[in-house]
Design a protein. Sequence first.
Length: 152
Amino acid sequence: MNNIHEKYMYEAIKEGEKALIMNEVPIGAVIVKDGIIIAKGHNTREIQESVIGHAEINAIQEACRKLGTWRLTECDMYVTIEPCPMCAGAIFQSRLRAVYFGSNDEKAGLLGSKFNLFSIEGLNHYVQVYSGILDDQCKSLMTSFFKKKRNK
């Protein structure tokens, strides 16, 4: 990966840090179109008391509002942690072109860790998936959050 991908992942990490300040699981996401960040999101499940308050969903909803369409075919997502089943489904449904993520989610990741949604033959859309971008920084954000939770 080159520096442009790291640049966008740093922006996703900043979103994760916003979630951390709100005592949310520190996951952040940004959506890029034509080299410009058009949407940002971080986890808001606790504060909104909403099961769909994931960083990816929040970013997708913002991008759809900004572009005036649910089809994000010319957009890429950068997210700190591998998307869960719900978010992988939303990524598929929104027709994102590519997803770049930092760290694997060995418990719930659906873009390679537990299963790769986009390995199913016959789907009407496939998303390119790239992993390991700023892996250590993304992983550190999560591990420090959960370590503090366990120590309380």
